[in-house]
Design a protein around this ligand. Structure first.
Ligand SMILES: NC(=O)c1ccc[n+]([C@@H]2O[C@H](COP(=O)([O-])OP(=O)(O)OC[C@H]3O[C@@H](n4cnc5c(N)ncnc54)[C@H](O)[C@@H]3O)[C@@H](O)[C@H]2O)c1
Length: 282
């Protein structure tokens, strides 16, 4: 089987980015949203990023138009019936994802690969909502999906080698750098990065260090391309707190729990770059 047509469920932060990756790599792509308005917003996001690429001469106007031409929008799951690969990027809620996968199971071809972009839920728990868990895998992209190359290809309890290989090969064709991993909490990167970033934040208070000095220390002393505070601002304080809670809930190590300082920042609406203020002002 060859993947020709791709479906993306949810055109929010991740879904729009994944759909962009897909259309830019030449795949006909159906983006499904819950309303026409949200679907149009998703397309506008993709258009904006592609147009920025044209301005920066990374692609031609023709390439942008061709890519946008490969994107179809819908609010109907039935319109994903002829997709070979469907990547789900709806809200991080197990009940919702299970409901979506049960519906996908009914409307898509039996050999289609169904992938979830979940960060913190068990892919196996999601797969069990279908009658074909062997066709379900995790495809964990990183934000922003069109920029960050990594995709973690997650083997769930019953994922077949064939489904995993198809997901891996598609990611490569889409210009990504896939890695194989198992359905363990946080997969590879978040399992390491979340407690590590939390340690960094705790050092601020325990050792009385300013964010600027912490970032300068880690970029110059450990060779990090970006300081930890700048990185959390980019990820979003709310996203990082949520991911910390999820990892802590599943593995229980105290380092995984969100540091008090981050919880206070979230409550104050200081969410990082997206809100204009986090550790830094933007
Ligand atoms: N944001 C990140 O940094 C990041 C990184 C990797 C993975 N993820 C994962 O990607 C997924 C999506 O996250 P996001 O940040 O793009 O969220 P988002 O809030 O930007 O988008 C969520 C999407 O879910 C849709 N949605 C909401 N209610 C729905 C419903 N009842 N039925 C169907 N769709 C519904 C929304 O319309 C929207 O398109 C989550 O599983 C998240 O854990 C997020």
């Amino acid at each position: 089987m060859q993947i020709r047509k791709v479906g993306v469920l949810g055109l929010g932060t991740m879904g729009a980015g994944i759909a962009q990756v897909s259309v830019q790599s030449g795949f006909d792509t159906v983006g499904r949203e819950v309303s026409d308005e949200l679907a149009e917003r998703g397309r506008a996001t993709i258009d904006r990023y592609l147009t920025r690429g044209v301005e920066k001469e990374r692609l031609s106007p023709r390439e942008r138009d061709d890519a946008l031409g490969r994107l179809t929008l819908t609010t109907e799951l039935l319109d994903l019936a002829d997709c070979d690969l469907v990547i789900e990027a709806v809200l991080e809620d197990l009940d919702l994802k299970r409901q979506v996968f049960a519906e996908l199971d009914r409307v898509t071809r039996p050999d289609a690969v169904l992938a979830t972009n979940t960060s913190a839920l068990s892919v196996s728990d999601i797969a069990e909502a279908t009658a074909r868990p062997e066709r379900v895998v995790g495809m964990h992209f990183f934000n922003p999906a069109p920029v960050l190359p990594l995709v973690e290809i997650v083997r769930a309890r019953e994922s077949s080698d064939d489904a995993l290989d198809l997901a891996y090969e598609w990611a490569e064709q889409a210009g990504k750098q896939p890695v194989r991993c198992n359905d363990t909490p946080g997969f590879i990167v978040n399992r390491i990065l979340i407690p590590l970033l939390n340690d960094c934040v705790r050092v601020l208070d325990e050792a009385g260090v300013h964010p600027e000095d912490l970032d300068k220390a880690m970029t110059n002393g450990a060779g990090w391309p970006l300081g930890p505070c700048a990185l959390i601002d980019l990820i979003g304080i709310d996203v990082h707190v949520h991911a910390s809670e999820a990892l802590h809930g599943r593995l229980g190590e105290s380092r995984m729990a969100p540091p008090e300082r981050l919880v206070r920042m979230q409550q104050a609406g200081k969410l990082g770059r997206k809100s204009g203020e986090g550790f830094y002002k933007y």
